[in-house]
Design a protein around this ligand. Structure first.
Ligand code: DOR
Ligand code: ZN
Length: 447
């Protein structure tokens, strides 16, 4: 199907303008054509009053397939993604089995080709003894290599100094790192879980145990190694003000060898939400103070943080209902990521053009994604229409993720995604996923 998206408010590449966009054969054919066109072969969408944005590229999701499909799977979570304006995702290796061989990585691509309604890429995983496999990763067809320099869901901690130095010296593409120092966390956990605090043991302890110090210790070590060995490092889910000193904003994104991501949960919630939400916002790294949250938002504006991801990490409600110490870390968020970020823009914390830069343009630039992330003629037509005046209240009952709950339940938002197009195909429209659309494997323009 070909489309004319007419009279939209186009938000793209730093500016906002009224535009009509022609979509043909999966790509953006023309923006504001001046010549006469035969419109008979196009389906016209009147986008008066709607924002037209490039589809969101989420560099950080956990879709749980294979092996953990009681929590989520590629089909269910990609449907939630397109509902949230996400047209491309990059998925993490802490599945079961973990993605530690090229064959297991290929198996995920095969699954996604069959099941994903959004475009996809999968990170290769690192353990203490799979470097030969890691180094075979194809930089033109795989988004990056994920290393857990801090233990989290799945047993993928890499602490071996030799492995880390080889990784930063020889990785054929970007290394994405989860940074939390394990020894610091363990020490604090032992101490705090034994203390008889009057608040009792609960999720409020999470940022005390998984502390700002643990984050800084690990992320500064990652930066040090990347600098020493000339590696290309992307620090995932930065959560503290202190870590921001590790990142630069005096050079362009294209020239950075060290980049940073912030995730929606850490931009939205702060430690004052633990009493209300408990384990529902138990995530790693922990959600920290309001001061940290505001510092992260500032760093989005001043370019020390380069991209926004979701860290969409579903667990079942039953799993999350266990006591604090045993409940798994992680929470779903992908289905509302774009309207939530637009809500922060609405609150005056950043501009809408900046939201688009951080969620679409910059992930495309940072990962060198081929022909996506911008509304440009000849690019794939990954597009989102948002009605800025269509309010919604997020509810567990509307959750498309298999887990069926969200920590954002009850949250009121001013805007809603009305249409999502993946490669020129309408895949989501007014609350409904249109089944049958399949995404493509992302490609990377890397030498
Ligand atoms: O909270 C988290 N959940 N952090 C991670 O690093 C992993 C993720 C998961 O897979 O559940
Ligand atoms: Zn994650």
């Amino acid at each position: 199907m070909n489309y004319i998206i007419e009279n939209a408010t186009l938000v793209n590449e730093g500016s906002t303008s009224l535009a009509s966009v022609f979509v043909k054969d999966g790509v953006i054919e023309k923006i504001n054509p001046t010549d006469c066109r035969d419109v008979a072969n196009y389906n016209v969408i009147d986008a008066t009053g709607l924002l037209l944005l490039p589809g969101v590229i989420d560099d950080h999701v956990h879709f749980r397939e294979p092996g953990l499909t009681h929590k989520a799977d590629i089909a269910s979570e990609s449907r939630a993604a397109v509902a949230g304006g996400v047209t491309s995702f990059m998925e993490m290796p802490n599945t079961n089995p973990p993605t530690l061989t090229q064959q297991l990585l290929q198996d995920k691509y095969d699954l996604a080709a069959e099941k994903s309604c959004a475009n996809y890429s999968f990170y290769m995983g690192v353990s203490n003894n799979n470097m030969d496999e890691v180094l075979k990763t194809d930089p033109r067809r795989v988004c990056g290599i994920k290393v857990f320099m801090g233990s989290s869901t799945g047993n993928m901690l890499v602490e071996d100094g030799g492995t880390l130095s080889t990784l930063f010296k020889e990785a054929p593409c970007l290394v994405a790192a989860h940074c939390e120092d394990d020894a610091t966390i363990k020490e604090m956990r032992d101490e705090r879980l034994e203390m008889k605090d009057e608040r009792g043991i609960g999720a409020w302890l999470h940022p005390v145990i998984r502390s700002a110090e643990a984050c800084y210790k690990s992320s500064s070590k990652a930066v040090e190694l990347a600098v020493k060995y000339g590696g290309r490092l992307h620090v995932m889910h930065v959560t503290t003000e202190k870590e921001l000193s590790l990142f630069r904003n005096d050079i362009s994104l294209r020239d950075k060898k060290i980049t940073a991501e912030a995730c929606l949960n850490h931009l939205w919630f702060s430690d004052k939400d633990y009493d209300r939400l408990g384990n529902m916002i138990k995530v790693n790294p922990a959600i920290k103070s309001e001061k940290d949250r505001l510092a992260l938002l500032n760093a989005l504006v001043d370019n020390r943080i380069d991209v926004i991801g979701t860290d969409h990490a579903p667990h079942t409600l039953e799993e999350k209902m266990s006591p604090y110490a045993t409940a798994p870390s992680g929470a779903p968020s992908i289905q509302h990521v774009l309207p939530c970020m637009l809500e922060l823009a609405n609150q005056g914390l950043l501009s809408i053009t900046k939201v688009v830069e951080l969620m679409s343009h910059n992930p495309a630039t940072l990962f060198n994604i081929r022909r996506r992330g911008f509304i440009r003629e000849g690019y794939y037509a990954d597009l989102v229409l948002v009605d800025p005046h269509k309010p919604q209240t997020i509810s567990n009952s509307g959750i498309l993720s298999k887990c069926g709950w969200t920590p954002y339940d009850g949250t009121g938002l001013h805007s809603s995604v009305t249409h999502t197009f993946v490669n020129g195909e309408l895949v989501y429209h007014n609350g409904k996923v249109i089944d049958g659309v399949r995404g493509m494997r992302l490609e990377f323009e890397r030498v």
